[in-house]
Design a protein around this ligand. Structure first.
Ligand code: MRU
Length: 373
């Protein structure tokens, strides 16, 4: 099976960063060469690359590519000049899209790392550059390993929960997922789709339903593409069919990704996630979030503070070929994300374990982070 790769990276020198242009999927596979932060900013803003982990990695590696190909540090007069450059470029990259916290965490981590490397005894511009490039590369590798671990934790948690609810421990799971959280949204394997893959790998997946994910169709274009690629038993449903599917008892568990999880467990994810969670609760189906710890935002007390990206009205008024499909003159509200309250979430699956819901319906995200490094 050929690997689905959203991000192709060679550290070099020369370094090379290629991003799969997801706007053209599923019909065309075209990679864009990205030389530095400006090209990456546009690729993120214009949705050539998307998905919370993939955005952060693409931003960091664009900076790394520019540093390596610009001279590996020789282009800077001092360690502090590299540090300033890293700070400036990451502050710029973080303005591309606001909701996913992964990118701003990457900004904080790389800025802090550059400052530390620049103040180390004997630091040179080359040593600071090397430290930053190494950290960007490590981000890519850690994401793949983390997603595999998340998949295992998630598969186990879902099977245990369904058994506790009275299903046979041998019965395979019928899962429902939203948006795209797979190899295309991460370095590889995926978060929520990684959990689905992990269920399949242990022979515990009966079927997976993926929503269309209007208006940008990440489900029908990207998740469906990944599921067909993997040969998993899968069915595409319109977003508006999900309630009927749940009410018909055809889903055992819902699992989606996240763009930002607040300290109390409130979770921002692709628009439509909230409706799925409400419907799942109404139908007695457990609803899970799968997200790396990098998507946890302990500094945000609850979901009411999460910035929600509003996207172009044309995503609703025009079809993919640019033809007008909505009545001319109609006003449009097109939020890219919504916030699901913690109380609707059964568990938050991370690469370090599952955060369990407390008695009061919230999650102790800060406590989990403190006890899991
Ligand atoms: O607008 P997108 O396609 O970047 O939105 C993506 C999502 O909402 C995903 O569910 C989320 O980023 C998790 S990806 C592992």
């Amino acid at each position: 099976m050929t690997a689905l790769e959203a991000i192709r990276w060679r550290q070099g020198p020369p370094a090379s960063l290629q991003l799969l242009d997801q706007r053209l999927l599923p019909l065309q596979t075209v990679y864009i060469n990205v030389g530095g932060p400006s090209e990456s900013w546009h690729a993120i803003k214009d949705m050539a690359i998307r998905g919370a982990p993939a955005i952060a990695i693409a931003a960091a590696l664009a900076l790394a590519a520019e540093l390596v190909n610009g001279g590996g540090g020789t282009q800077f007069s001092s360690p502090s000049a590299v540090q300033e450059h890293v700070k400036k470029q990451m502050a710029y990259l973080v303005t591309s899209r606001p909701t996913a916290v992964n990118l701003s965490i990457a900004e904080q981590q790389l800025t802090a790392l550059a400052a530390k490397a620049a103040s180390a005894p004997g630091a040179t511009a080359a040593s600071v550059t090397e430290a930053v490039v190494g950290a960007c590369h490590a981000m890519l590798q850690a994401d793949v390993a983390g997603n595999k671990a998340m998949g295992d934790f998630g598969a186990k948690a879902i099977l245990a929960e369904l058994t506790a609810r009275g299903r046979s421990s041998k019965a395979p799971v019928r899962a429902l997922t939203h948006c795209n959280t797979g190899s295309l949204a991460t370095a590889a394997y995926g978060t929520a789709l990684g959990v689905v893959r992990a269920l399949a790998q242990r022979g515990a997946l009966e079927h997976v339903f993926c929503t269309e994910t209007r208006p940008y169709n990440q489900g029908s274009r990207l998740t469906a593409y990944e599921l067909v690629h993997d040969g998993l038993p899968a069915t595409l449903v319109a977003d508006s069919a999900a309630g009927a599917l749940l009410a018909a008892g055809r889903v055992d568990a819902v699992v989606t990704g996240a763009d930002r999880v607040a300290a109390n467990g409130d979770t921002a994810n692709k628009i439509g996630t909230l409706s799925l969670a409400v419907n799942a609760q109404r139908c007695g189906v457990p609803f899970y979030i799968a997200a790396p710890t990098q998507t946890l935002d302990p500094n945000m007390a609850d979901g009411s503070h999460i910035p929600i990206e509003e996207r172009s009205p044309s995503e609703l008024t025009h079809d993919i070929d640019g033809r007008q499909v909505a009545a001319p003159g109609i006003q449009v509200w097109n939020p890219g994300f919504d916030v699901t309250p913690a109380e609707l979430i059964q568990g938050i699956i991370t690469e370090k374990g599952v955060i369990e819901r407390l008695q009061d319906g919230t999650f102790d995200v800060r406590g989990f982070m403190a006890s899991h490094g």
